[in-house]
Ligand binder design. Structure first.
Ligand code: SF4
Length: 390
């Protein structure tokens, strides 16, 4: 299905410049003074705290659409302003994602090479042993990654008792390295989420992928509400939620807006919102989809940054298809995390050295892990410290 986008900027409503608090200069994550959005009304303490910091849970879909449809450079400017109210905009989180169990998945996600519904080059494999995972995590940490994510191509954990025990061990061992640890293992029950939390899991990835309306065009083996149930279980267990989407599935602009609107109405905004760009895989139903224009990616990131001001926005799969300057525009639009390493699940990924050099060229630095109070050494940071002490 072809991507249908309107780039008729002249017909779009003009978005007002953000109302920036006078004391906002240099604000960092967790010390927000944003006043851009209208505060939401809620009785719960977390919602009240969100309202104080300008985080809204009452966005109207039309409001989100108006932001998305705004003149792109104005939307990026507004997003960059919001970004600086809630985050240290010089910091980009480096994450490394490892596939710990490849292929043979019984879900039918039309974009995925690991689904057993399609004939692709990806072959099914068993869950990897613990030590190679720990070795990969050590290597990721040594290269500046502060979050290590482990992905298994499963619908859920049913009948995988020993595999789950192995994963719990991986989680606790990686956490012991002072790294944030994330997994993506398909659907979870509340009890499984609780056990992952007890093992030390920091975050769980479970993407909504797209809008509720478009979702059945992409996946038929589970529902949007199944997805939301797992996200609820994760949140209720006290694990950070990582949930975002994929661009280029054949969705319309309204579906990208629908996704952002949907997560903005969660009881807590996702700690992390990945923006993936389809990497078409031969043998999947979406193998012939058109590439996603970079403007679509920037528009989505900027809209997400404005609507989800405290979330970390991850420039995820497909990043390697964008030039360095395009990626820098994404950071300006509010993206503040990248996946780096050798591969990203079954798609290519830019390596650590290339990424660190890129960040250095743009005056950006690796984000510190909330687990690791020590500095994560990246070239830009070393230079900044040298300049201060000179
Ligand atoms: S995206 Fe995940 S759940 Fe869907 S087919 Fe691929 S591995 Fe399975």
């Amino acid at each position: 299905m072809a991507l249908r986008l309107s780039l008729a900027a002249a017909r779009r409503p003009v978005v007002a410049a953000p109302r920036v608090a006078a004391a906002s200069t240099g604000a960092v994550r967790g010390h927000a003074v944003a006043v851009d959005p209208t505060p939401a009304s809620s009785s719960s303490s977390s919602l009240a705290s969100d309202a104080q910091s300008g985080v809204r849970h009452n966005w109207k879909r039309a409001e989100v659409q108006a932001i998305y449809d705004g003149p792109l450079m104005e939307t990026i400017f507004r997003a960059a302003s919001v970004h600086r109210l809630h985050h240290d905009a010089s910091r980009i989180q480096l994450c490394t994602l490892m596939n710990i169990k490849t292929g043979g998945c019984t879900e039918d996600c039309k974009y995925c090479s690991q689904s057993s519904s399609y004939k692709t080059e990806t072959k099914a494999s068993r869950l990897v042993a613990i030590e190679p995972v720990l070795e990969a995590a050590r290597k990721a940490k040594a290269n500046g990654s502060t979050r290590f994510c482990m992905g298994a191509a499963w619908r859920d954990l049913a009948g995988k008792k020993s595999g789950f025990e192995k994963i719990l061990k991986m989680v606790s061992e990686v956490r012991a390295m002072d790294m944030e640890v994330c997994t993506t293992l398909g659907m979870l029950s509340p009890d499984q989420a609780k056990r992952l939390k007890e093992a030390g899991l920091s975050a769980y990835n479970h993407n909504l992928d797209t809008s509720r309306e478009f979702y059945p065009e992409v996946i038929t083996t589970r529902s949007y509400d199944d997805r939301l149930s797992t996200i609820d279980a994760v949140r209720n267990a006290g694990i950070s939620v990582c949930s975002g989407g994929i661009l280029g599935l054949g969705e319309k602009a309204e579906d990208r807006v629908g996704l952002i609107w949907e997560v903005s109405h969660m009881p807590e905004h996702p700690e992390s919102f990945p923006v993936n760009t389809l990497v078409p895989i031969e043998g999947t139903p979406l193998e012939g989809n058109d590439p996603v224009p970079v403007q679509t990616v920037l528009r989505t990131i900027a809209t997400a940054r404005i609507v989800l001001p405290k979330s970390i926005i991850r420039l995820a799969a497909g990043r390697h298809t964008f030039s360095e300057t395009e990626q820098a525009m994404a950071f300006m639009a509010g993206a503040n995390a990248i996946f780096t390493g050798e591969t990203m699940l079954t798609t290519p990924c830019t390596g650590w050295d290339a990424d660190k050099a890129m960040l250095d060229r743009w005056g950006l630095r690796g984000m510190r892990s909330f687990e690791d109070k020590e500095s994560v050494e990246v070239p830009g940071e070393a230079k900044a410290e040298a300049a201060v002490s000179a």
